[in-house]
Design a protein around this ligand. Sequence first.
Ligand SMILES: Cc1cc2nc3c(=O)[nH]c(=O)nc-3n(C[C@H](O)[C@H](O)[C@H](O)COP(=O)(O)O)c2cc1C
Length: 155
Amino acid sequence: MKALVAYYSRTGTTKKVAERISTLLGGDIEEIHDTKKRSGMIGWLKACRDAGSKKLTTLETVKNDPAIYDIVVIGTPIWNRTLSTPVRTYTSQYKGSFKKVALFRTAGGTGGNPFDEMESLCGKKPVATLSLRRRGVESGYYVEKTEEFVTKIKT
Ligand SMILES: Cc1cc2nc3c(=O)[nH]c(=O)nc-3n(C[C@H](O)[C@H](O)[C@H](O)COP(=O)(O)O)c2cc1C
């Protein structure tokens, strides 16, 4: 199974999970880059506003064509209780290329559930989903959880 893990990460938490999933799947990895500056307090405030209004952004050109993969695993941080703007954009932009999807998210607290919205954005029911808290990534709890997630993807 040829797999691509596509993710956005502002501060490295989702990136860590994405790298682990990609290693376990033996697939390729795509970091989604936004052309909009998201760092600092102003960046945070704008990110909150953009996510809340379900706005799209302009992404940098991707390296991997999602159409050539059997499955695309998409990872997002939670912003303002929903999916991040760059991942909303990636999902909307490439939905026609996805054969199968699996979804994961990281959050600072209880976060939110972005999966129903992501499913309707890409028109595909995910074969697996995974929700993690930032604390669970920092403590190493994610190691076991990502293994379970990848097992579900492979079955
Ligand atoms: C703009 C913004 C809004 C956020 N909103 C929420 C939220 O509503 N609920 C929550 O649990 N965490 C929220 N967070 C925390 C992130 O989801 C969490 O720290 C995530 O793991 C960050 O992933 P990253 O390091 O890959 O960017 C927010 C973070 C940012 C930057």
